[in-house]
Write a protein of this length. Structure first.
Length: 489
């Protein structure tokens, strides 16, 4: 006996839309299962003596739709072991029907043949009802698993399986990540049937208008408003291409990788400033400026025919997956330290078996030298070239300070030697900072900011005194400085 499950579609509307062949098979079926009995065709066929088993009760047992679908599929496969089964679903079996996809996946593993019968998709009816030509471009999305990253705002979007108010609420919140609260959408129910309903609502009202119905979809018209599209990455890419294009901006067209270097450094430091000031709005703006630099470099690469933003994204995505096997693979890492260790091992494997000329390779010359000293010391420490405790590092600072002072004899030669000793002193201080897990660049930044706050206080006191700086003694200015310290500036 052939083990078989034949899947039929109940169509998108009422009985008049049901193909004759499907109609006859359903009425003659000895073992008919329905994913849901909440469909106009079912209520009509019940009057003709239709008998069936529905899976509506399964929905009440689980919190997640995937668990519902799994139970339905396993039940059908078990039934098909002893007898052929007909399984009927709303719409067309191969359009937005997860249980059918699971049957096609699991059936062959159990030696059960899955046959797809007829049925009309709701898409034909919805295109006709809304008078839409699909060649303009459209998306069909699942309302039970909708992600903002899926949304193509310039296409017609149809969101199916919006069964009830809960799903409608989730759909609404996801759409609001990209669309204004009052953007007009359409609730389409039983398209093409005698019970067809099309209601235009503001997006924020979506979950207030949707009622429980298996034949409900949401239609989102293409976005025409340029302001709304500004959130879309493709729009940003288009803007940069225009700026670099024949009719674009003279400044942008002249830029090269070399000319843009200093702007990337400047924008990076402005991001750090925004973080340190805990200013979220400023941070958003400055991160945008850093992204602008990336986009300009990518567009230059594309204009020259070497690479594009797609290549940058692909390379980064591959690296993130490759270097996080504890997330995307089977490697284990329970602590941040283990993650770093894995990262370094994988990084070394990527470079191959060839040993670097020096263990200090990879510390960029372009870094600020305070930061570069920190990174060089970290590299050396990894192979044991480091003190085991902080005391020798502190003694080294004292030694370098004495040598620096000794060279300050007022001669030109002494000044040159003092310069070298001053560098040694800074390097020794960086070593102490590393032992204490103090990042020297961050520490100096905070001190600079503190100096700015206190000096501005001194400036304000001088201004209020009616006298100039030159009319103040250093002792008087120091008193203002001490006041600033007392105020916690």
């Amino acid at each position: 006996m052939v083990k078989e499950i034949e899947v039929l579609g109940l169509g998108a509307g009422d009985l008049e839309q049901l193909p004759v062949g499907v109609y006859r098979k359903i009425l003659k079926a000895n073992h008919l299962f329905l994913r849901t009995k909440e469909h106009p065709v079912v209520s009509s066929l019940e009057k003709e003596g239709l008998t069936y088993v529905s899976f509506d009760s399964v929905y009440e047992k689980h919190d997640q739709f995937e668990a519902v679908y799994e139970e339905i599929v396993q039940t059908l496969l078990q039934e098909a072991i002893t007898e052929s089964v007909i399984y009927a679903v709303p719409g067309h079996p191969l359009v937005a029907e997860r249980t059918v996809q699971l049957l096609l996946e699991y059936g062959p593993e159990k030696g059960i043949q899955i046959t797809i019968g007829g049925g009309q998709s709701f898409l034909d009816a919805i295109f006709a009802s809304l008078k839409i030509d699909p060649v303009e471009g459209f998306q069909l999305l699942d309302g039970t698993a909708l992600l903002a990253s899926q949304l193509q705002l310039e296409q017609h979007m149809f969101i199916s399986q919006v069964y009830d108010q809960f799903i409608a609420s989730e759909v609404k919140l996801t759409l609001m990540e990209k669309l204004p609260d009052d953007y007009e959408v359409y609730i389409v129910t039983a398209a093409g049937s005698s019970q067809e309903s099309i209601e235009k609502v503001a997006l924020y009202e979506l979950d207030r208008k949707v009622t429980v119905n298996n034949l409900t979809s949401v239609y989102v018209p293409p976005v025409k408003d340029e302001q709304i599209l500004l959130k879309d990455f493709a729009k940003l890419r288009g803007i940069i291409a225009i700026l670099r294009g024949p009719e674009g901006c003279p400044w942008d067209k002249e830029q090269t990788h070399e000319s843009l270097k200093r702007y990337l450094i400047e924008e990076t430091y402005e991001v750090i400033e925004a973080i340190n000031s805990d200013d979220i709005d400023h941070l958003v703006e400055e991160l945008g400026d850093v992204l602008l630099q990336v986009m300009l470099h990518a567009q230059i690469g594309e204009d020259d025919g070497y690479f594009s933003i797609d290549d940058i994204i692909e390379g980064l995505s591959e690296k993130m997956v490759r270097r996080h096997p504890h997330v995307f693979g089977n490697r284990k890492a329970d602590t941040a330290e283990q993650v770093v260790q894995n990262w370094q091992e994988i990084k070394q494997q990527e470079k191959g078996s060839q040993q670097p000329a020096s263990l200090l390779e990879g510390v960029s010359l372009a870094q600020p030298n305070l930061l570069r000293a920190y990174e060089l010391q970290k590299k050396a420490a990894k192979v044991g070239f480091d003190w085991k405790e902080i005391q020798p590092a502190l003694e080294k600072v004292k030694e370098e300070l004495d040598e620096f002072v000794n060279e300050l004899d007022g001669t030109e030669e002494g000044l040159l030697l003092a310069k070298k000793e001053f560098g040694d002193l800074l390097f020794a201080f960086v070593n102490v900072a590393r032992f204490l897990s103090i990042h020297p660049e961050e520490a100096l930044f905070e001190t600079n900011e503190k100096f700015i706050r206190r000096f501005r206080y001194v400036e304000e006191k001088v201004k209020n005194s009616g006298r100039s700086f030159e009319e103040h003694t250093l002792e008087q200015l120091d008193l203002y400085w001490d006041e600033a310290k007392e105020k916690g500036l």
